[in-house]
Design a protein around this ligand. Structure first.
Ligand code: ASP
Length: 311
């Protein structure tokens, strides 16, 4: 039994572990852990309190994948739903579809009895407004606002990565099943309707019970272009260790020119409990618990710097 995640999953990991210890499923553990992060107003990258798009509207992406069956569900560009991870799970379980976006996802949420919630907290709104006024140390706000107003392509500029964040949670239950979940408010000041990797199965999330699971945070456009989560799991399928599979996928991303490359991070879990984490930023961690842990543990992510290629 094991549950791991990005560092902001810390608030939800004990809940997920409690479910696993009671003999619950990896699916339930992942959903519960992510719901706690989605409800954390201090996390400006996920759910309630998430930073909005350039028009000031919070748009959320999430996905969940069950390794036992490779069933998957995802939602993208959803407004007013505090727990998109649970909505993604309902898509997986109740519909013959994988991904619902925008209005359709919101309609389905209403049918499922999800309440409409104002997700833009006063604090997130302040950060958003400061960004528009150029007072936040981020190129995204100014760039996105310019693109909106002038309908111009964004100017190549290296992003700070400060506006990024997403939660990843991967769990392994007592029956040996694996599940992976991802939830995010995406890049702050993003263009309305922009969907990142978190809702794209194979990009930000992939889980195959035979080989393992991987999930990403960071610049979603890169994880989409590199099919990063799927690439990692294919590496595991070919017999690579989580460390080797992650290293190869991260190195592959470095071959894709991208003028906006900020950060990329991934976490990886194999069915035998081996795990790994990577980041393009130094001194990053990922967190988790196994059945013996008394508290949330943290492990260093392997640092994989991005070369200057494409800049
Ligand atoms: N991957 C997310 C996205 O592209 C953002 C992040 O993880 O920072 O929407």
């Amino acid at each position: 039994m094991l549950i791991i995640g990005s560092s902001n999953a810390r608030v939800g990991i004990p809940l997920g572990m409690a479910i696993l210890r009671r003999g619950g499923s990896a699916l339930d553990a992942v959903e519960a852990a992510i719901r706690a992060v989605e409800s954390n107003p201090d996390d400006h990258t996920v759910g309630l309190g998430g930073l909005p798009n350039v028009l000031g509207v919070v748009e959320l992406d999430a996905s969940i994948m069950n390794g036992a069956t490779r069933a998957a569900g995802a939602v993208a560009g959803v407004r007013g739903i505090e727990h998109p991870i649970s909505l993604a799970r309902r898509v997986m379980q109740d519909l013959p579809h994988v991904l619902l976006v925008g209005e359709g996802a919101e309609r389905f949420a209403e049918e499922c009895g999800f309440e409409q919630t104002e997700l833009l907290t006063p604090e997130a709104r302040d950060i958003y407004l400061r960004g528009l006024r150029g007072e936040e140390n981020t190129p995204y706000a100014g760039l996105a606002a310019r693109a909106m107003v002038h309908r111009l392509a964004m100017q190549p500029e290296r992003a700070s990565g400060k506006d990024a964040g997403t939660v990843n949670v991967l769990a392994l239950d007592q029956d040996g099943n694996i599940c992976a979940g991802v939830s995010t408010s995406g890049f702050a000041w993003k263009y309305p309707g922009r969907v990142g990797d978190s809702a794209v199965i194979g990009a930000g999330n992939y889980c195959d019970g035979r080989y393992g699971a991987a999930a990403c945070t960071g610049r979603g456009e890169m994880a989409i272009r590199g099919a990063t989560a799927r690439t990692i799991v294919l590496g595991l399928a070919q017999g690579l260790s989580p460390e080797e599979a992650g290293g190869r996928a991260m190195a592959d991303l470095d071959l894709i020119p991208d003028n906006y490359f900020s950060t990329m991070n991934c976490v990886i879990l194999a069915p035998d409990g081996r795990h790994a984490g990577f980041s393009t930023v130094e001194n990053q961690i990922y967190v988790g618990m196994d059945e013996h842990s008394r508290e949330v543990e943290s492990w260093p992510r392997t640092y994989m710097p991005v070369s200057a290629r494409g800049q």
